[in-house]
Design a protein around this ligand. Structure first.
Ligand SMILES: [Cu+2]
Length: 194
């Protein structure tokens, strides 16, 4: 068995080396035209190797980073849940733990991870608050979760990021980040008015 493997390796090596043998090899140019081709060949090989190494490195980094990010997100018990239902052409917002309902407006506490559970009543919309986090699709019959967090108090614009009909461009909303105290006061006030 070992002898047969050695035999195959020897034959394969001989064939490969035969391809580089001088009578037919572009790697042994003997004239100006052939030298130009050889230069391009080495250039293409170099660029190809650099691109391959770059892609492999990014792939490895992305795989490692993704695992770490999701495991960190799962263990954060401070996360506040807010449900967002998209429809043509508005955003219905509910706070499941507080029995609060809003439209086109999301209030959050600052410095706190917020898990937005996003779904849709009709077509696919795109939930996006550019200054606070990534986009997530709002899909009928399915719930996606995106985590947002504001590092400062203020008002942040949100916009539908998936074409969803005639008024798609007007399907915007705002996220208002309060200090922890003001957010608690806002919750109490909403509890009284709803
Ligand atoms: Cu839209």
């Amino acid at each position: 068995m070992v002898n047969r493997v050695t035999e195959y390796l020897f034959t394969a090596s001989a064939l490969l080396l035969a391809g580089c043998s001088e009578p037919y090899s572009i790697l042994a140019p003997a004239g100006p035209s052939a030298k130009a081709v050889t230069t391009i060949w080495w250039g293409m090989l170099t660029v190809g190797v650099v691109v391959l190494l770059g892609i492999c490195s990014l792939w490895w980094y992305a795989s490692f980073r993704r695992n770490r990010k999701y495991s960190d997100a799962d263990v954060d018990e401070r996360a506040v849940r807010i449900d967002v239902h998209a429809r043509q052409w508005a955003w219905d917002v509910t706070y499941p733990q507080h029995d609060i309902e809003l439209t086109d407006e999301i209030h959050i506490p600052v410095d706190t991870p917020i898990d937005i559970h996003v779904t849709s009543a009709d077509v696919i919309h795109g939930f996006w608050v550019p200054r606070l986090g990534g986009k997530i699709d709002a899909i009928p019959g399915h719930t996606n979760i995106v985590r947002l967090q504001a590092d400062e108090v203020g008002e942040f614009g949100g916009q539908c990021a998936e074409y969803c009909g005639l008024s798609h461009a007007k399907m915007h909303f705002k996220v208002i980040a309060h200090s922890a105290e003001k957010f608690d006061a806002w919750l109490v006030q909403q509890g009284k008015t709803q």
